[in-house]
Design a protein around this ligand. Structure first.
Ligand code: CU
Length: 506
């Protein structure tokens, strides 16, 4: 661990300025999720299929825990290293660390990495085995989730030592003036005693000044840190209803300066749309909508709502800023009965009254077209912080694997994991929780290229093509215990279908 600490320090000096510049241009968070900071990614490192979990530290600098599960047993060694997502830091990586191979499970590797910088980083994973070497990069959001409070006993001890030092300095200065040049046994002159008192007073003033400056520095530093924490928090979705059915959304950062870094006028499309808006009925999530508002003037977004019953709705709206950084706007809205039109394009909706409410633990969800979706769930209970593959098979109405699946917005499926108290929202794809845009930005040799990601073409990366299997898979892990509802959205023969499952997580 000591070696791992030295490396990032050296790197930090090299690219610290760059990391700060990156951060100030808005690259603060890479997770279009709420309350779900860990990163789950499944992909190919050359010939090897890897499932990588990055458990993010709560504070920066902090230690990220990396877990790598190999799908095959031919991987001998895994190396891991943190780098900046793009820029010079991504081409001069420090020496990687060797991940530990589990004794009980030779296909499982773990390691720890110090993340020293704020901003857009990636963890590069290199696998070495019988088929040669292969690597992949997992984009990770390196931002502080909270400020650590100093423990009371430690704070008390430090305050005592500081006072002791300050008072000690005053007396030492006094004694030096009064008795510094006395012979042994000689008594100090009254004039010297007066001068000593004066010097002690002066030292006291200087010590107080130094203490004040130290306190001011400490406060400024803590304030800056807290600002970073607030800048990385999900922005608030401010909403209003116009003309009976037109919903207007505006983003407001939790820090007043958020909008200096993230301009809604400059957000870029992520899987075909500038914004993915999710509405969930409160409290029961008996209804959900997945809509795609258009951008209007002043960085606001507008959606012509479909028919909706009156009630309270929880809002999550995903956008990606111009640096490829996803954000989720969070809000609630009390709506009157909306007499809107039918759903259009990629828009979709689900209602319990149509498909039937599922009981907790039920692994079958009936689809509106007569088919069904089955959650291929292991028998063991669901546990928080356990990375797993959420696999769903789609059957037609005769119970056979559905042969008519299509890509829905470029992907085999989209899954939303929502906690019943709405403190967790994760929009997950078959590659995991990372955004396609960040993945593209983190590709070696791509960052900064003309026409590349940074000029606003994130979807230029090749989308998977070919037939869509009847099974869809999402790598994810619940961040904490509680009740969740999972919405799995797929497309069959031109129609969007939503399977819904409830999960109790221990
Ligand atoms: Cu999606």
């Amino acid at each position: 661990m000591a070696a791992a600490m030295r490396k990032p320090r050296r790197r930090m000096r090299l690219i610290g300025v760059l990391a700060l510049a990156l951060m100030l241009t808005g690259a603060l968070s890479l997770g279009a999720h709420v309350g779900s900071p860990d990163v789950f990614y499944e992909g190919d490192a050359g010939p090897y299929r890897l499932f990588v979990t990055v458990r993010m530290p709560q504070v920066i600098p902090g230690v990220a825990e990396i877990e790598v599960r190999c799908a095959s047993n031919d991987v001998r060694a895994i190396e891991i290293v943190p780098m900046t997502l793009s820029g010079p830091g991504s081409t001069f990586p420090p020496t990687p660390d060797l991940a530990q191979r589990s004794k009980e499970d030779p296909q499982f590797f773990t390691g720890s990495l110090w993340l020293m910088e704020f901003g857009a980083l990636k963890v590069r994973v290199t696998a070495d085995g019988s088929k040669g070497k292969g690597e992949l990069s997992v984009p990770v959001p390196s931002f502080a989730q909270r400020s650590l409070k100093m423990e009371k006993p430690l704070g008390g001890l430090l305050a005592f030592l500081m006072l002791f030092l300050a008072i000690g300095a005053i007396f030492i200065a006094g004694a030096a003036v009064r008795e510094g040049n006395l012979e042994p046994g000689e008594l100090p002159l009254p004039a010297r005693a007066r001068r000593a008192r004066f010097v002690m007073g002066l030292t006291a003033i200087v010590a107080a000044g130094v203490l004040y400056l130290g306190w001011a520095w400490w406060s400024a530093d803590a304030g800056t840190y807290q600002r970073y924490v607030n800048l990385a928090k999900p922005p608030v979705a401010e909403t209003k209803l116009e003309n009976g059915n037109r919903l207007i959304l505006r983003a407001k950062g939790q820090d007043a300066r958020w909008s200096e870094y993230v301009k809604m006028e400059e957000v870029i499309p992520d899987h075909n749309h500038l914004m993915h808006l999710f509405l969930f009925s409160v409290p029961g999530m008996e209804r959900m909508w997945h809509l795609h508002p258009e951008r209007i003037e002043g960085g606001e977004f507008a959606e012509q709502l479909p028919a909706m019953p009156a009630g309270k709705y929880q809002i999550f709206a995903d956008v990606v800023d111009k640096n490829g950084v996803p954000w989720t706007l969070v809000g609630t809205e009390e709506l009157p009965q909306i007499s809107g039109g039918a759903l259009r394009g990629d828009d979709s909706a689900w209602a319990a009254s149509v498909a039937g409410t599922r009981a907790v633990g039920d692994t079958v969800s009936e689809l509106a077209d007569g088919g069904r979706m089955v959650w291929l769930l292991a028998k063991e209970p669901l546990r928080a912080n356990r990375p797993m593959n959420f696999t769903f098979s789609v059957e037609d109405k005769d119970g056979k694997p559905a042969a008519d699946l299509e890509r829905y917005m470029g992907m085999a499926g989209h899954a939303e994991f929502v906690s019943k108290d709405f403190t967790v929202f994760a929009h997950v794809h078959p590659a995991g929780t990372i955004s396609m845009a960040a993945l593209e930005l983190g590709r070696p040799g791509r960052a900064g290229e003309p026409g590349g990601m940074q000029t606003g073409m994130p979807m230029a990366m090749p989308m998977p093509s070919g037939p869509v299997a009847s099974k869809v898979n999402f790598p994810y892990g619940f961040p904490r215990a509680g009740e969740y509802r999972i919405f799995v959205q797929i497309k069959r023969a031109g129609k969007i279908e939503t399977g819904v499952f409830d999960a109790r997580v221990q």
